[in-house]
Unconditional design. Structure first.
Length: 264
């Protein structure tokens, strides 16, 4: 299994301008190259730096990462298995597109699963975990104007809760579904007033965690996602998503943090 040669040249092609190149020189555990590349690409797709339908050029990616095409192809196949990337015989790999109906379908599944994860998690909450959630809420107040930071903090908030469910397969499934629609969720996150509304909803979920009210937490988590759908779907229909999922007029998002490399 191949591992990255950190001494390899890393020419940055135009199509890779928004990618975060991982730092490989200080790896404690030597992970396969394709996994590291997949982690990097996953983040950039979720961040909207590669738009739905955008072609992913294997040669450019290989040049950027300083590797051969093989680990790049393995990384893209991994992301295809996660439904973030699609491939066709004549066009190669591209970022997956979702129709409005597919976005709605994924959220309907998330509503059930994330409600369940919250209900299962609340009885297992430790003081240390509750303190982590409280600290996350404080950071949400500070980064209300930064969409990238808000999305990251949102993932951290819910992820910290779901971990307490002690159901790794459930959490993995939820994480994958969240990743698939993350780029589309940016449209919701950018809506006026949603930073304040989201923080309020998160506080209510946290209060349920503090009180140990599992069924209330489940209901609030589901209501939170339902509120997202109520704002997101009409905006998708009116803005940049066509019936087959392609974007009509969309701008690529700016990077969240200039030095925000992937966690190794």
């Amino acid at each position: 299994m191949a591992f990255l040669d950190s001494s390899a040249p890393t020419k940055e092609p135009v199509g890779c301008a928004h990618l975060a190149r991982p730092e490989f020189s200080n790896l404690r555990n030597r992970r396969p190259v394709h996994e590291l590349i997949a982690d990097s690409l996953r983040l950039t797709i979720m961040a909207g730096h590669h738009l739905p339908g955008e072609r992913l050029n294997q040669e450019e990616l290989a040049s950027f990462y300083g590797v051969s095409r093989m680990p790049v192809r393995e990384a893209l196949l991994k992301l295809q298995g996660e439904e973030l990337v699609v491939s066709s015989p004549h066009k190669g790999f591209a970022v997956a597109e979702l129709s409005v109906e597919e976005v709605e379908d994924i959220f309907s599944i998330r509503i059930m699963l994330e409600g369940l994860a919250t209900r299962l998690a609340i009885p297992n909450m430790s003081d240390q975990r509750l303190a982590r959630i409280a600290a996350n809420l404080e950071r949400q107040k500070r980064y209300g104007d930064n969409i990238d930071a808000r999305l990251e903090l949102n993932r951290e908030f819910h992820g910290t809760i779901y971990e307490a469910a002690k159901r790794p397969r459930l959490v993995a499934l939820v994480t994958n579904l969240r990743n698939i629609v993350e780029a589309y969720s940016r449209i919701y996150t950018s809506a006026e007033g949603r930073a304040e509304a989201t923080l309020t909803e998160h506080k209510r979920i946290f209060e349920a965690c503090l009180k140990g009210e599992a069924e209330l937490g489940e209901s609030l988590a589901q209501e939170h996602l339902q509120n997202i759908v109520a704002v997101l779907v009409p905006r998708l229909r009116l803005s940049n998503v066509t019936e087959n999922g392609s974007q009509k007029t969309a701008e690529k998002a700016e990077p969240a943090f200039a030095e925000n490399d992937i966690s190794l």
